[in-house]
Ligand binder design. Structure first.
Ligand code: NAD
Length: 385
């Protein structure tokens, strides 16, 4: 197997998860790392065992040996870095959101086509084994006609007014915020599992903390718990902490989603439930190996992840036997597995992959923009793709 050289740009919370996921495959070597400044780059490169540290992302793009770029910077940097990486002829795995607006994502879709490279977005929940089983059940008729979908994505890491992160600032994180940051994962999951498009939305937003105490010195995601009162300044918050969204799909299904980053006790609770004419399916990310099939005519079934019990398409995403849980780090590994296989073998690129493409990333921005407009106008809004 040929070793592929990669580079990571941005190594806060999710960057190291990309490095770990790709390394677990074998045959991937991280040759370079870029961070916001040389000193930080050197510290992170030493911690991650990456030989070359760059204080400017353009230096890793100029390295002819690097074939794949993992863009794990804050949202504001995604467009510029993704476009530069494509123009340098690199394959790209971008963190979500693909960019800050649908105008930018549309441009990136065109750039990726022109460059003829692989371009993925890390909507990692797609690649869990039982999510793939849900997708197989929706595709092969075991769900039947989908008429209703519901779910939520709830977290509590922004529950207190002292919780702070760049995501809270629209110029850095974009707007909508909670919907863009985590609601986008739910919409992507729904689209991937059902194959249906969301065509109209009606949304309501609530900002629980209209002001927050911002640490005077920036802190990494999830890392701000040990600061003292004097370490903060008070700032106004312009983005939503939580949202309710109703939607319709292109096949006539209706649905609703609740999104929150301020729900105490909910850590990363992504929940999806699909009601079809043959059965219902429900899945909770915090119990990632369990898929429930709801029945009317007999007892419900609890499918516990086991490659021997999954459809062949879903079993390909399970790498441990039943009773050996696979979850968040494994979703990203599965994404990297499909992606790097296609980097190595261009013939595989014609075969469908589960990972989200830049076109999916564009679709997400279109949904988020419709949600934002709906909340502002208090009206149903069509999604313009
Ligand atoms: N798919 C997922 O499940 C998932 C989970 C978490 C975060 N994310 C996404 O990943 C991205 C990063 O989020 P995070 O939580 O890791 O943020 P973070 O703030 O913890 O890390 C961001 C890193 O990027 C670095 N950086 C900033 N500007 C840079 C530049 N110009 N060049 C190089 N590096 C730069 C920062 O120094 C920091 O180390 C976001 O877009 C977020 O939406 C996705």
């Amino acid at each position: 197997m040929r070793t592929v050289k990669a580079a990571i740009i941005g190594t806060g919370f999710i960057g190291p998860a990309h490095v770990e996921a790709a390394r677990r495959l074998g045959g991937v070597e991280f040759a370079a790392l870029a961070e916001a400044g040389r000193e930080l780059a050197e510290r992170k490169a030493a911690a991650l065992g990456i030989p070359r540290a760059c204080g400017d992302y353009r230096d890793v793009l100029a390295d002819p040996e690097v074939e794949v770029i993992h863009n794990c910077t804050p949202n504001r940097m995604h467009f510029e870095i993704n476009r530069a990486a494509l123009r340098a002829g690199k394959h790209v795995i971008s963190e979500k959101p693909l960019a800050m607006s649908s105008a930018e994502t549309r441009a990136l879709v065109a750039e990726a086509r022109k460059a003829g490279v692989l371009a993925a977005v890390d909507f990692n929940y797609r690649s869990y084994p039982v999510v793939q089983e849900m997708r197989a059940m929706a595709a092969d008729g075991r769900l039947g006609d989908l008429f209703l979908a519901q779910g939520s994505y709830l977290q509590d890491w922004l529950y207190l007014d002292t919780d702070y992160n760049w995501r809270l600032e629209p110029r850095l994180g974009g707007s909508p915020r909670a919907v863009g940051d985590i609601g986008s994962h739910w919409f992507d999951l729904f689209r991937h599992v059902t194959g249906q498009e969301i065509v109209a939305v009606s949304a309501d937003f609530r900002t629980v903390h209209e002001t927050r105490r911002r640490p005077r010195k920036a802190v990494e995601t999830y890392a701000g718990r040990n600061l003292r009162p004097a370490d903060y300044e008070r700032v106004r918050i312009e983005t939503e902490d939580c949202a309710t969204i109703q939607f319709r799909t292109d096949s006539g299904a209706i649905g609703s989603l609740v999104v929150s980053q301020v729900s105490a006790g909910r850590k990363n609770r992504l929940y999806i439930e699909l009601s079809g004419s043959k059965s219902a399916l429900w899945w909770d990310q915090e119990r990632p190996n369990e898929l429930t099939v709801g029945r009317r005519e007999k007892a419900n079934e609890l499918l516990i992840k086991d490659p021997a019990l999954l459809s062949p398409a879903a079993a390909a995403f399970a790498h441990y036997p039943g009773g050996h849980p696979e979850g968040y780090p494994d979703g990203l590994k599965n994404l990297c597995r499909e992606f790097y296989a296609r980097v190595r073998d261009p013939k595989l690129r014609r075969e469908p992959a589960a990972f989200a493409t830049f076109l999916d990333g564009h679709r997400e921005l279109a949904i988020c923009e419709a949600v934002r407009e709906s909340a502002r106008r208090h009206a149903w809004v069509k999604v313009r793709g």
